[in-house]
Design a protein around this ligand. Structure first.
Ligand code: NAI
Ligand code: MG
Length: 798
């Protein structure tokens, strides 16, 4: 007799489609065309239109107007017009709007879930249980921030008009991630949805209307990459927030370099999913399902590289293959479906081509056995084994339901493999050994780490990438900073464009021969804890008071910068010592500097021509800054966020790694110290370019660093022509973040040159800062800029 168990096993599922009459009626009412939402009005003008289709049926859902420069301009004007009033509203008033938006979304949850599923192809189960609830949660959470911005973000103001460009994989959720924090902080926005999925953004605009959001606070302009480019190019936009491919992120970084626009980028990933041999393998298998087959694998933080410890690999793959057999692919509106349709024919083509390439390169492909629907852009859940880490499918973000699987032997090898990528968005780590798991979490270079879980998202946690996965965070306090500018920065005025000082170099030998080196003050670069002669063998005259030659400094070149970066890269241990130890070293630096006060004050006076009193004042500022950052070294710490129940969600302030710092010409001693100290206090290693005119103050510091137990390579100093050295630093792949204090042109150059590895930059844009004023040149903002937040999720309970 058949057992019930057997019947259950062989029973066919009946279809359980979600009703979509309401959405059909909504679409029918908009059959004339979906318009932009500008200044509180729906505008469907413009000749060019494009269709949005249901990827599961290939049927056209609606025709949408393509925004041109004119519509972008109108939207920016509307946003600018609304900004004055909106930004001045008490936080409480803005909170009420955000709260109302959240409530309205909740009221129409089902409608949004169906519309999103139809436009994107993702299963209703996911839009209903994940996308839309998270959207509401995001608005509630940020309604709370709006309530408190005045007190929680004292000294910060909204940036202004924000241009926001989002992708198609989580259309409404990405909109919420962009709009909620922007509005909470007091900004107004021009948002462009992805051309593949414009519909829920339009329904959202209707909610803005319903809740009576003041016209122009939210503007939605539809269109493809051309419209996005027009937003980036618009002169009256103050900030760009982008989520999408790394390729377009790079284009945007380059396009707005030098414009003074603030930028946050949330880009692609190839995130590791690490399974240690002591992991709960069944749990980890479910993890893979959520990591790479959730949302058809169209997830920037998808666990697309499965790394399994050798001893359990075959067993794990077996379990995975068995689980794959039970995945149901099909009609996204069917409540029993696990995997829906890929967003577009183009994306399906992209995924298919990459999978074919993987097979051609010799990887073994495992595909879920089920039959796919005849129509629609479906792709079976898959994974590759026998992959070479150098193969295409191992390096490229596939952005479909396809993972690659590799094995490792030791935890060290796991970390190495995990970090063997240009990306750094997320990581998922599976082990029953908390020590092992947290050690791996610390070692992996990723902005979000999930321990024994995956793809956990919440408004209360930050989200964002390391490396080429972008910079800036979304969610939580760390994300809100992206929508603020400090009042100090806002008030900075353009500096008198300093005349560009191009030192004339001469070989040292020649100099000595001509008797030019009478003054025995020939500084050297400081690289890897050693004094080092400039690679080119050239030095330049350093002029002091009245134009007198007071010494020589190395005319550093590219090679010097590369050597310094290499030395800094090797000094990675600095980030691993305790904050207490770093603090002790910095206190020691302060003490040793204090002991040589007279010498430094005299040199300052001699270099800059300032009075003894002024030199003494600058020295004092520098000295106090050292003590300040020594004090902060173990106090600028992170947070535990309140996210989902039974999870500890950490926000750790991690150092970037190797930072490039280019010091300004003004206050050559105080400024140099004010920039280098916060960076090393947080555990970074620094390659610092001193003031070009007054390099001797910086180069003399080497003796202080040497005698204060600063490990070699933690601070490296190169002198010479500032912008030449800055360019090499900005282009260098090992440099993770770059601060540049100099002219407007140099700032633009640094931003442009940073595109290669998409390093985070902080540039002065040619504005002057008073380096002697604590309010302008010291504080937590420097520490925030010297760190990136890593969010680690650790569940607890059985
Ligand atoms: P995409 O990066 O081109 O599109 C994202 C958004 O940027 C869309 O709104 C698009 O209209 C806009 N855009 C395109 N070109 C632009 C430009 N020059 N200036 C300003 N905005 C521009 O991504 P696409 O083409 O849809 O997908 C290609 C690949 O990108 C995917 O296969 C996937 O690997 C990756 N991707 C990653 C996402 C992520 O969340 N990390 C999201 C979407 C795609
Ligand atoms: Mg569509």
């Amino acid at each position: 007799m058949e057992q019930i168990r057997d019947i259950m096993r062989t029973m066919e599922y009946g279809p359980a489609p979600e009703a979509n009459e309401e959405v059909s009626a909504w679409l029918k009412a908009r059959a004339a065309g979906i318009g932009h939402f500008i200044g509180g009005k729906f505008i469907a003008s413009g000749k060019e239109r494009f269709a949005t289709v249901n990827p599961a049926t290939e049927a056209e859902l609606a025709r949408v107007v393509q925004g041109s420069e004119a519509e972008v301009d109108a939207a920016v004007k509307a946003a600018r017009g609304a900004f004055a009033k909106w930004s001045k509203l008490p936080g409480h008033e803005r909170a009420r709007y955000l709260y109302a938006i959240a409530r309205h979304i909740q009221k129409r949850e089902r409608f949004f879930a169906v519309l999103e599923s139809m436009d994107n192809g993702k299963p209703i189960r996911e839009t209903r249980d994940i996308d839309i609830p998270l959207v509401a949660r995001h608005f509630y959470h940020h309604a709370g921030w709006a309530e408190m911005v005045e007190s929680e973000f004292e000294g910060f103001s909204p940036v202004g008009v924000c241009g926001q460009i989002i992708p198609w994989n989580f259309p409404l959720l990405m909109l919420a991630w962009k709009i909620a924090p922007a509005l909470a902080a007091g900004n107004t926005v021009v948002l462009k949805p992805a051309e593949q999925t414009p519909l829920t953004a339009t329904a959202f605009a209707e909610i803005c209307e319903e809740v009576g959001l003041p016209a122009g606070v939210v503007n939605i302009v539809h269109g493809d990459g051309r419209t996005g480019a027009a937003i980036c190019a618009h002169e009256d936009i103050d900030k760009i927030a982008f989520t999408g491919s790394t390729e377009v992120g790079r284009i945007i970084r380059e396009a707005i370099a030098g414009s003074g626009k603030k930028l946050s980028l949330e880009l692609g990933g190839k995130s590791p999913f690490i399974v240690f041999e002591d992991a709960d393998l069944d749990g980890a298998v479910e993890g893979v399902v959520d990591a790479i087959w959730f949302n058809q694998g169209e997830v920037c933080c998808a666990g697309s590289r499965i790394l399994v410890q050798e001893g359990v690999a075959e067993r794990f793959y077996d379990k995975l293959r068995r689980r794959m057999e039970t995945l149901r692919v099909g009609n996204p509106l069917d409540k029993g479906i696990d995997v829906g349709a890929v967003v577009s024919a183009e994306q399906l083509q992209r995924v298919s081509a990459l999978v074919k390439q993987g097979e051609e390169e010799g990887c073994t492909l495992w595909r879920a056995p089920g039959v796919l629907p005849e129509r629609g852009y479906f792709f079976s859940p898959s994974f590759f084994t026998e992959v070479d880490p150098a193969s295409t499918v191992c390096g490229v973000e596939i952005f479909g339901p396809v993972a690659v699987a590799m094995t490792f032997r030791t935890p060290e090898e796991a970390a190495e493999l995990a970090n063997n990528t240009r990306y750094g968005l997320a990581a998922s780590i599976w082990s029953e050994n908390i020590n092992l798991a947290l050690d791996a979490a610390a070692k992996v270079k990723a902005g979000v780490v999930w321990v024994n879980c995956t793809n956990m998202l919440d408004a209360g946690s930050g989200f964002g990438g390391y490396r080429e996965s972008g910079f800036g965070r979304e969610g939580a306090r760390e994300g809100l900073y992206e929508y603020f500018v400090s009042d100090v920065e806002k008030a900075l005025k353009p500096a008198k464009e300093a005349e560009i000082f191009i030192p004339r170099g001469a070989p040292e030998e020649e100099r000595r021969f001509a008797g030019l080196s009478r003054i025995d003050r020939t500084a050297k670069n400081y690289v890897g804890g050693k004094q080092s002669r400039p690679d080119g063998g050239y030095s330049y005259d350093v002029l002091g008071k009245g134009g007198a030659v007071i010494g020589q400094a190395p005319l550093g070149n590219r090679k010097d910068i590369r050597n310094a970066v290499e030395a800094a890269a090797k000094a990675g241990g600095w980030g691993g010592v305790t904050a207490h130890n770093r603090a002790q070293v910095l206190y020691y630096v302060g003490e040793n500097l204090d002991a040589r006060r007279e010498e430094f004050e005299a040199l300052l006076s001699e270099s800059t021509g300032q009075s003894a009193k002024a030199a003494s004042a600058e020295f004092d500022v520098a000295l106090r800054r050292i003590f300040y950052y020594a004090a902060q070294a173990d106090k600028y710490d992170g947070a535990v966020h309140a996210t989902k129940s039974r999870h500890v969600t950490l926000a750790m302030n991690e150092p970037w790694g190797v930072m490039g710092i280019v010091a300004p010409e003004e206050a050559p001693f105080a400024a140099f110290v004010s920039l280098v100290l916060p960076a090393i206090a947080m555990g970074n290693r620094v390659v610092a370019v001193s003031s070009t005119r007054h390099p001797l103050l910086a180069t003399n510091l080497y003796q202080i660093f040497d005698t204060s137990d600063v490990p070699g390579g933690v601070v490296n100093i190169v002198t010479g022509e500032k912008d030449v050295l800055a360019k090499t630093l900005a282009e260098h792949d090992e440099v993770a973040a770059m601060w540049y204090f100099g002219g407007k042109k140099g700032s633009a150059m640094v931003e442009r040159a940073s595109c290669g590895n998409l390093k985070a930059t902080w540039v002065s844009d040619g504005r002057a800062r008073d380096w002697l004023d604590d309010r302008q040149a010291r504080g937590r903002e420097f520490l925030r800029r010297a760190t990136q937040v890593k969010n680690i999720w650790v569940p607890y309970g059985e």
